[in-house]
Design a protein around this ligand. Sequence first.
Ligand code: SAH
Length: 497
Amino acid sequence: MISKNDEVLLEIDGYGHSGEGIGHVDGYTLFVQGAIPGEQVRVRVVKAKKNYGYGKILSVEETSDARVEPVCPVARRCGGCELQHMSYEEQLRFKTGHVRECMERIGGVDGLLCPDGMTDSEPEMTKSSIPSEGVRMEVLSAFSCDAEPCRYRNKAQFPIGRDRSGRPVAGFYAARSHEIIPCEDCLLQDAKINRILMIIMDHVREVDKELADESMVYNEETHTGWLRHVYIRLGYATGQMMVCLVVNDRIGSDYEKKAGSRYRLTDLVTKIAREPGEKAVLLNENTKKTNVVPGEKYIQLTGLPYIEDRIGQLRFQIGPDSFYQVNPHITKKLYDKALEYAALNGRETVWDLYCGIGTISLSMARHAKQVIGVEIVPQAIGNAKENAKINQIENATFIPGAAEDVIDEAMADWGGIPLPDVVVVDPPRKGCDEKLITAIGKAAPDRIVYVSCDPATLARDIARLRPYGFELKKVCVVDQFWQTRHVETVVLLSHSI
Ligand code: SAH
């Protein structure tokens, strides 16, 4: 019987969903963050449930060849990167294994073959014997890109707080907590983003010293203070930057000159605008006791209410509330893979559900008869319509609303939306609503291209689409999120015959 605080010597024989190592003691399962299959680790049990528990590494007794020293000094404390202790090859092995395991266990898919050049070395993951005619997984890794995969992110949201000595700091929340781990040079962020953060934090620390009270920095516990978050987004190809200060204050058009003067806001905006590249500097009001980062109201301090970026030949306007892919080094390859799987010949009607600012819709429009995009965030739909215009694309239509409602209504009440030959879905982590799966089943497209940021819900939806005759034909794991447990997958589903 395992209890809390026990010390156990454990052989790690598999991975959990988040890349944590798994070991067993007399049938009892222990999850150990930071352990790699093949290793022997000494752990302290920090949480013990009936059939499983969590261990914290005390020492690694036998080390895997795949273990590397984390590149970031706060890797173990910050909740952002779970895989820094693994070599890049091992990270890919974990991710492809995880996708495969979800497909087999949750999706009921048989005979998925490992990617070329990758052996079946992940012990727990591979449970079924694999027939020779399965689908072979593909991998697009950051190393297949021109740039080094470090500093790949184009977007960051930094919570602002104080360290133990009361000094204002920016950083990231520790895993499953709201403790801010100070980190003002995150190695995953583009250097331009960290440079702007540094300018902001230098200003905050300077003004904080001048203010007699505690008002400069938000305090989550007391719900007092001003600056809550700094949200920065970079248009990688254009160099344009959106800088958004999320403040716990009521904002209005004269805010900068009046209430904002206390924080020397005009001075800060000038410092930010002086940096290279066009800037959109925004203030966002968030006076609620909430974990949601930006509130609804923005005011423009300088620049335009959006930034522009390019993906391949296409230009895109991106508003602060609109989704945009975070790894610009691999986005074009991800979309090219979706386009390859869609196999368009110019005569198809394509539905792009969960279309955001229309990036996939517009990259497919020139290869199709028409594209219809559906998206729930109104600002993103506004951007998508504008993006069609600035790229002179006339065969793309964008509809605001929840995909499950829009498509369900379209299927119930004929006339509005033409039936699709190809459906693309790119939902958030929770996957597609069941109502949408039913409506897609009824719409009976030839092909479905599913772009997913969560293999478990992808696999669930593959299983739900099977009764409508859709089978898995192609799978590509896209490693957009180096150093983290997150994995993007593109799959093609089509009828068996
Ligand atoms: N394909 C786009 C966006 C993918 S992210 C791109 O590559 O940029 C998922 C998008 O789905 C987000 O824009 C989010 O706002 C939107 N969304 C979330 N729930 C939705 C729903 N129920 N119906 C339609 N869109 C939704």
